[in-house]
Design a binder for this molecule. Structure first.
Ligand SMILES: Nc1ncnc2c1ncn2[C@@H]1O[C@H](COP(=O)(O)OP(=O)(O)OP(=O)(O)O)[C@@H](O)[C@H]1O
Length: 631
């Protein structure tokens, strides 16, 4: 049921015009509009692989490869022309020398211009891939179930989003820029070598089987190590993120030294892996690149070439041309080695990224993005649990709820009480469909919450926790957060939203405070709302819930985290918000319990008792301490 808001005067400092609908359209159309990766379009079940990612940009790559092929004759012409200049110098043919120099100048210039296009096209491909992969991964993370985040640290995930994708992309740049070019050039030079002298060309090829065997061994090892390197980096990042985001706790216990050594330990593990990789890289390049290619092949070519030259089976120009081409072949083979090792490393970096992208995700109910835009149904907000048993995915064997059955009647308040760990918050979590019961059903107005659309459920149910989470941004942004989907559905812009935001802030007892701030509703709250007091944060969170105008309000009542004044302001705000709604409150205050319509007593995951407060009055007095109930 939509609440009708009194339209207050809009304060003069508010000049907001936030086009939420356009914002959403931009975010949804972002990837396809830019021609990037299809971000797991519905119905697309193809697994994510490097091949799939690369194929997404096949058109750009094709253009890049065409430019490479066009460029190749100009690049390959250079050693050929150089050898010709040397030969003509030896016979003092000035006309031919200058003519060849002019041809070299033209060929070199065309080569340079085409080089620009190669670099540009392949770098562009890389940037598009990074952008699309980041978007796809982030969207995939948003589609995961809450249990996934219980067992995966946010630091690790941000490492996947940033470091892993950046490594993958950097390495891919090499691969695109050089491996395709290297293969094209090696083929071109190879053909030219055979055309120049097939015997010397065969000698040049003798090392190929050895190089192939070396690459295979190196590749297997490198891939394994690359996965370990990225994993150790993710662990180090997770530690850093945790410490930085909880820095006040670190500071207040003077644990900087401990945290420094904890981070150092993880960075050292990453360093040890990198060191091992550096040593193996060294051995590989020493044997394959420097010894085999640069020394053995060169000695064979010059030795056998000299033999042919002295036996008059080859002239000087041909021999010097051959030597120049072998030089070119060597530098491009080295390039190919680099590309190969980078490709293998990017395989390591991408392993976890693809693992997440290919993750099924056990989110119950319809996922994010499905059935959105639908008008929320007008229903009274009746919550019921039918024989619910549940254990958390992180601890599958441990039943936290057992056979829980109760009703929270529409428009009434149900207070849940019980000892710490008895399962009170778990009940709230299940109403939010954060997790699904192992047995039984959780119903909202007769429908299983798991069967309701994601937006539909969460526009009907709002939660206010003790542990208030605000986002960095303005107070306005944080309050509007409660009604973003509705604002989009109704096409509201800033001027339609502002009166609602102000009204919500008034209901939540925070408008007067906001009006005293220099920036008013546009005042920044800092990361996680650090620039506000606990009570102010809570009242902004209440305003956010008021704006969401839910049918069911879930409250986790604070015990003593606030001073008397703030607690009074928060309590008044809550009393106003609760009016006329179905409220399920994890209660710690006797007044809240006595004002509730019904009380549910939890003990070790089971319902110990339930009934109206009048019936339990006497019992409550004796059990207050045990149940952590305060006056
Ligand atoms: N995400 C989770 N993963 C695994 N176990 C959990 C998780 N959350 C809670 N638990 C466990 O479930 C049990 C019930 O927790 P719950 O938070 O529901 O208790 P509570 O009655 O709300 O306690 P409190 O009053 O202290 O908040 C506890 O034993 C707790 O350790």
């Amino acid at each position: 049921m939509q609440k009708t808001f009194r339209q207050p005067e809009i304060p003069s400092f508010i000049m907001l015009e936030k086009p939420l609908l356009e914002e959403r359209r931009a975010s949804e159309g972002g990837a396809s509009a830019s021609g990037g990766i299809d971000r797991d379009a519905p119905g697309d079940c193809r697994p994510w692989t490097i091949r799939r990612v690369v194929l997404q940009e096949s058109k750009l790559l094709l253009v890049g490869c065409t430019v490479l092929l066009v460029r190749m004759p100009f690049s390959i012409a250079m050693p050929y022309l150089q050898a010709r200049v040397l030969a003509k110098l030896a016979v003092k043919d000035a006309h031919e020398v200058w003519l060849t120099v002019k041809i070299m100048a033209v060929a070199g210039s065309v080569d340079a211009v085409l080089d620009f296009w190669c670099v540009y096209l392949f770098s562009l491909t890389k940037s598009r891939l990074v952008k699309s992969l980041r978007l796809a991964l982030f969207d995939k993370l948003l589609r995961q179930e809450i249990g996934f985040f219980d067992v995966t640290s946010s630091g690790e995930l941000s490492s996947r989003l940033t470091t892993d994708i950046a490594t993958l992309a950097n390495d891919m740049t090499w691969v695109f820029r050089f491996s395709i070019e290297a293969v094209a050039r090696i083929l071109g030079v190879g053909l030219t070598l055979f055309h120049t002298d097939w015997r010397l060309a065969l000698v040049t090829c003798t090392s190929i089987p050895l190089i192939a065997a070396g690459n295979r061994v190196y590749g297997v090892w490198l891939r394994e190590n690359a996965v370990k390197v990225q994993d150790s980096l993710a662990v180090a990042n997770a530690v850093a993120q945790e410490v930085l985001s909880c820095f006040r706790v670190v500071y207040s216990f003077a644990n900087e030294r401990f945290e420094s050594s904890r981070y150092r330990r993880e960075v050292e593990k990453n360093f040890a892996l990198n060191k091992r990789q550096a040593a193996i890289d060294g051995v590989y390049y020493m044997l394959v690149s420097t010894f085999l290619m640069n020394t053995v092949v060169r000695l064979l070519v010059i030795g056998y070439g000299a033999h042919l030259y002295f036996g008059s089976a080859m002239d000087f120009e041909k021999l010097s041309r051959f030597v120049f081409f072998v030089d070119m072949l060597q530098s491009w083979t080295n390039m190919l080695f680099d590309s190969f090792s980078n490709l293998v490393k990017s395989g390591g970096a991408s392993a976890k990224v693809f693992e997440i992208l290919n993750r099924e995700g056990g989110r119950g109910g319809r996922g994010w993005g499905e059935g959105e835009g639908a008008e929320p149904m007008a229903a009274p907000g009746h919550v019921s649990f039918e024989n619910v048993s549940f254990s958390y995915p992180a601890r599958p064997g441990e039943a936290v709820l057992r056979g829980v059955t109760f009703q929270a009647e529409a428009g009434k308040t149900l207070a849940i009480i019980g000892r710490s760990g008895s399962g009170k918050s778990t009940i709230v979590n299940l109403i939010e469909n954060f997790y699904q019961p192992d047995v039984g059903r959780v119903l909202l107005d007769g429908k299983s919450v798991a069967a309701l659309g994601h937006e539909e459920l969460h526009s009907a149910v709002a939660i206010v926790n003790q542990d208030t989470v605000l986002f960095s941004g303005s107070i306005y942004d944080n309050i509007v957060y409660g009604a973003r989907n509705e604002a989009v559905r109704r096409g509201w812009r800033g001027k339609e939203l502002m009166p609602r935001v102000v009204e919500a802030a008034r209901v939540a007892n925070i408008h007067d405070f906001i009006s005293t701030l220099p920036g008013g509703y546009e005042e920044e709250v800092g990361e996680r709302g650090v620039q506000l007091s606990g009570g102010q944060r809570q009242r902004i969170a209440i305003a956010r819930a008021v704006l969401a105008d839910p049918r069911v309000l879930l409250l986790d009542e604070a015990t003593s985290s606030l001073d008397h004044e703030s607690e009074k302001a928060v309590k008044e705000a809550l009393d106003r918000v609760m009016d006329g709604k179905t409220v399920v409150v994890v209660a710690h205050r006797l007044s809240t319990i006595m004002n509730a319509n019904s009380i549910l007593v939890m003990r070790d995951g089971e319902i110990a008792d339930q009934g109206p407060p009048e019936r339990m009055q006497e019992w409550l007095k004796t059990a207050a301490t045990d149940m952590e109930i305060v006056d």
